[in-house]
Design a protein around this ligand. Structure first.
Ligand SMILES: [Zn+2]
Length: 592
């Protein structure tokens, strides 16, 4: 009976699943208006009511972005075209009284005018969207697969996305249809629609497609060669590449704002002139970073980040592993692929070390807290952030470096951090098919380093004690010297705002703070002399500790005189000396 019962319910379940479906249709009849038109058909859902939900954040970018603010009105009708009652129940949820309707058809427009990797954009030159911004899902049915049909504007000839194509070569009126197995896949495949320049290359046995939007000084044969090297070196870290095909969407813009990782694609937004010299190494490092994420964060990840919860924050204290380890590898991979000499690579690590250890917030915020509070701090910086926060990117980079050295030492140059990544990937992603916890990560690290890391975690990850870098890194042949002392600094950072010297940041504990200068003050004069941004800096830099002076400032349209005494701020400077004969160091800095 049990077996029979199972059979019947499984059959029923299959039939039910088969019947339920969702079909999104995306068009853009007036790209200059920046509105995508979206129609969603949801069929055979149970119940009298249907609740449709739009995510509030895009995975990989830890900020509630309230995508629903870009939607004006949502209309609902049934399969016969009869209007159905619809009302909002939350900021990002719409309830439709569907009654016995077999099909609910929703229509809405989405205002897309923010060209970053995690948002959406549409104008006469192209369209770009992240599914999490634009497409709704029926509440409780994230597992519902379906179709997406895109009707590009008549002037757009290409669609680039990692979504599988359902129909090929159909007439433009019928659009191009893609399929998705569940909402996670739809949300995880950004879409570029326009006249992008496309090329491809094969690396690690996989076809990689590149779509270039925007003018830039890129050289396609050079990119094909160099991006392939990055792919090969990144794949070598994990020993295998889980994708069958991969897509890069690259936006070439004036400023460039970084990248966002996806399971089998990425979007990069880069300065259009960044394909030469040092900027080009920065571009390749971004490629390595986002490509590394296809394992680290998209597959091996903290338990809090899988499965995704789209309508609220997902808290994890492990972003220093997700982003920090990725930052460590995005430079190390360039060394392994032969883009950096040993000296150039060490220069990068040294500047990361000096940056982190010189920052005031590094002594205030543990890196685990920086991760947990990314939603309200890292992604919402204010004028005081540098005094109170540490970035889990460079701090996590340094911690990865220390763990790499510990693993290399404990295993006499036979294993490295690569092996830890492989263990995490194999055990938690492939075998257990789940995310990992902080305790599990620590246990894997302890096994690999043959060291009890409780104190290390307490002091340096949940605490702000300075890591003893010289002790750990001498094992890979690095003699690290530390100079510490006091430097003469006023501690106010100003900008030139149309000729006005505006205070933007005040360093905690500085003379500027003690003397009463504040962010948003306009500095008018130093000892009675009118200042510009550069003379303000010159005057204060010429002072000695204890020197007295006065500033005339404008605070909220009231002039004030501040009597000041010059002071100092602590400084730290690490220098590196590499023993070229150290065998473990040679292994650490190996090239492919
Ligand atoms: Zn990242």
């Amino acid at each position: 009976m049990k077996f029979f019962g199972f059979f019947v319910s499984a059959l029923f379940l299959n039939l039910t699943l088969f019947a339920q479906s969702i079909h999104h249709k995306l068009s853009m009849p007036e790209p200059q208006s920046h509105y995508f038109h979206v129609q969603v058909e949801v069929s055979d859902m149970p119940g009298e009511e249907l609740i449709m939900v739009l995510p509030v954040w895009a995975p990989g970018s830890y900020l509630v972005r309230e995508f629903s603010q870009n939607i004006n009105v949502v209309k609902a009708k049934d399969e016969k075209g009869k209007a159905l009652p619809i009302n909002k129940t939350e900021k990002n949820k719409w309830k439709i009284q569907k009654g016995s309707a077999k099909k609910v058809v929703l229509n809405y427009e989405y205002y897309a005018f923010e060209l970053t990797v995690r948002t959406s954009f549409l104008d006469l030159t192209h369209g770009y969207l992240n599914g999490t911004n634009v497409f709704m899902y029926p509440e409780g049915h994230l597992d519902l697969g379906g179709k997406l049909t895109i009707f590009p504007h008549a002037t757009f000839s290409k669609i680039t996305t990692a979504l599988p194509k359902a129909s090929e070569g159909v007439s433009s009126d019928a659009g191009t249809t893609f399929t998705f197995e569940n909402y996670d896949q739809l949300g995880d495949c950004p879409i570029e629609i326009g006249n992008q320049e496309e090329f491809s290359f094969t690396a690690a046995g996989i076809k990689h497609n590149v779509a270039m939007y925007g003018v830039g000084n890129y050289d396609i044969p050079k990119l094909q060669r160099d991006m392939a090297k990055i792919v090969e070196a990144t794949t070598a870290v994990f020993g295998e590449n889980p994708n069958k095909e991969y897509w890069f969407i690259i936006h070439n813009t004036t400023t460039g704002s970084g990248g966002l990782e996806h399971t089998n694609s990425t979007t990069l937004n880069v300065n259009r002139w960044s394909y030469e010299g040092d900027d080009y190494l920065g571009f390749l490092s971004l490629v390595a970073h986002e490509y590394f994420h296809l394992w680290n964060v998209k597959r091996l990840r903290p338990d809090a980040l899988w499965p995704y919860v789209y309508d609220k924050e997902s808290y994890t204290d492990l972003l220093w592993v997700m982003e920090g380890f990725t930052s460590y590898y995005d430079e190390l991979i360039l060394r392994r692929a032969g883009f950096y000499s040993k000296e150039e690579y060490l220069g990068k690590v040294k500047s990361t070390l000096n940056y982190v250890e010189s920052s005031v917030g590094n002594k205030v915020q543990p890196v685990a807290h920086a991760s947990f509070d990314a939603w309200i701090k890292a992604y919402r910086p204010n004028e005081n952030s540098s005094n109170t926060t540490v970035s889990y990117y460079p701090k996590g980079h340094l911690i990865a470096f220390v763990f790499d050295a510990m693993i290399i030492k404990a295993n006499k140059g036979k294993k490295s951090l690569d092996d830890l990544m492989q263990v995490l990937y194999t055990k938690y992603y492939k075998e257990l098919k789940r995310g990992f916890t902080t305790d599990e990560l620590r246990a894997e690290l302890e096994a690999m380093t043959k060291t009890d890391l409780k104190e290390f975690f307490n002091n340096h990850i949940d605490g702000v004690e300075t890591i003893d870098y010289p002790k750990y890194l001498k094992e890979v042949g690095l003699t690290i010297s530390l100079q510490e002392g006091e430097q003469v600094l006023f501690g106010a950072t100003a900008s030139d705002d149309g000729g006005r010297v505006m205070v933007k940041r005040i360093t905690a504990g500085s003379a500027a703070e003690k003397n009463g200068l504040s962010v948003n003050d306009e500095v008018i004069a130093f000892n009675g002399f009118r200042v510009t941004k550069s003379t303000f800096t010159d005057y204060t830099n010429a002072l000695q500790p204890g020197d007295t002076f006065n500033l005339i400032i404008n605070r909220d349209n009231q002039l004030m005189v501040l009597d000041c005494v010059m002071g100092t701020l602590p400084f730290v400077r690490y220098t590196f000396d590499l023993d070229e004969d150290n065998k473990l160091g040679q292994y650490w800095l190996r090239t492919l």
